[in-house]
Ligand binder design. Structure first.
Ligand code: ACO
Length: 333
């Protein structure tokens, strides 16, 4: 079996992390007023108590900018050294240009390669692998990888199969070369058969008419929760096991599992499948819900005090597409 960790001349290491969530909370009790649900049911079936909702006059780029500014304050980084900026989002500010261009402009970054990646809840992992690959080429030294989604703009507030799950937020990591720590391996997958089970069908070139969209409610996120639930556990567990196998590692050697925060039962299901020890899975779903591409960086950001330099982290995600994957990295902060 090839040991990928041993074969790299240097790694793309996370040397800074930041996050932002809006102040406005939507609690389970708020949802009880809007549809036929209860705090008890939501907590039991999802582990979520509240989520954050962005004010209507703001957009995804605003949260991304706040997250980057938070990173710079905490880690004393100089933004003018950024070479590339990737935004993982499936809720862009506008169809064109990319949200990354808008974020770069708001941060006064004039000479940066900025682009978006749309892989829904797997977006941050896809973007992390892309950003790490840029650093590993040697052509890019400082790369910002942002996961940001304003999903509340696409949630039907009266649809209890989605309104209980989703919230808004943004997280960001700063990547730079390191001889000791960083992204070791990544296993990314997708399968277009998932489209019918989780989608926002409106707003693209197939259904561009905004008036017609509202009539048929194509602008909302829709899903078959049961199918997504099952696929999510199986796919994330499989991706983690693949990464372990091809790096000759056992799960006992992983210090922390950082799964996409979709549902507490999905998080527990993945942990059980890969047999990670209790207490080694990071989670913050209780207060933020599913923030799509932002869940993983937000979860690490919030739990950073638990991490020691040199810890081995397994990140895993699953989302629309279907898209999924797992990344293995050695923590460098
Ligand atoms: N409040 C109260 N009762 C509800 C609710 C609700 N919000 N939703 C469903 N129910 C009821 C149903 O009517 C049903 O009642 P019945 O037994 O009398 O018929 C019962 O609760 C069970 O309904 P299910 O649809 O089977 O509920 P389930 O346990 O599957 O939970 C949920 C639904 C939470 C959506 C779950 O399927 C899920 O989390 N799926 C994953 C979806 C997901 O994570 N999507 C995000 C994007 S992809 C990703 O991030 C991985």
């Amino acid at each position: 079996m090839q040991n990928i960790y041993a074969s790299k001349p240097y790694y793309a290491s996370i040397t800074g992390i930041g996050g932002y969530v809006p102040l406005n909370k939507r609690t389970n009790f708020d949802l009880e007023e809007l549809c036929d649900t209860s705090d008890e049911w939501i907590v039991k079936r999802t582990g979520i108590k509240e989520r954050r909702i962005l004010d209507k006059e703001f957009a995804t780029s605003d949260m991304a900018v706040m997250a980057v500014q938070n990173l710079c304050t905490q880690f004393d980084k100089d933004l003018s050294s950024v070479d590339a900026l990737i935004v993982a989002t499936s809720t862009p500010d506008v169809m064109m240009p990319a949200t990354a261009n808008i974020v770069a402009k708001k941060l006064d970054l004039d000479n940066v390669w900025a682009f978006d990646i749309n892989a829904a809840c797997s977006g941050f992992l896809y973007a992390l692998d892309m950003g790490a690959s840029l650093v590993e080429t040697g052509r890019y030294k400082n790369v910002l990888v942002i996961g940001a989604d304003n999903i509340s703009a696409f949630v039907d507030i009266h649809d209890r199969s989605t309104n209980i799950l989703f919230g808004d937020g943004a997280g960001v990591v700063w990547l730079e070369p390191s001889l000791d720590n960083g992204v070791i391996d990544a296993y990314m997958q997708s399968n277009g058969n998932g489209r019918e089970f989780l989608n926002i069908e409106g707003g693209g070139s197939l259904h561009p008419d905004s008036k017609g969209l509202i009539d048929v409610e194509k602008h909302y996120i829709r899903q078959d929760g049961k199918v997504v639930f099952k696929q999510a556990i199986q796919s994330m567990a499989h991706a983690c096991n693949e990464v372990l196998k091809r790096n000759n590692l056992s799960i006992d050697q992983v210090d922390w599992l950082v799964p996409h925060q979709a549902n507490k039962r999905i998080i527990d299901g993945v942990g059980k499948e890969i047999k990670i020890e209790m207490g080694r899975t990071l989670s913050n779903i209780e207060y933020f819900g599913n923030t799509i591409a932002a869940t993983i960086p937000l979860c690490i950001w919030e739990n950073i005090k638990l991490l020691q330099k040199g810890d081995l982290l397994m990140l895993t995600a699953f989302g629309a597409g279907f898209s999924w994957g797992a990344s293995l990295l050695r923590w460098g902060i």
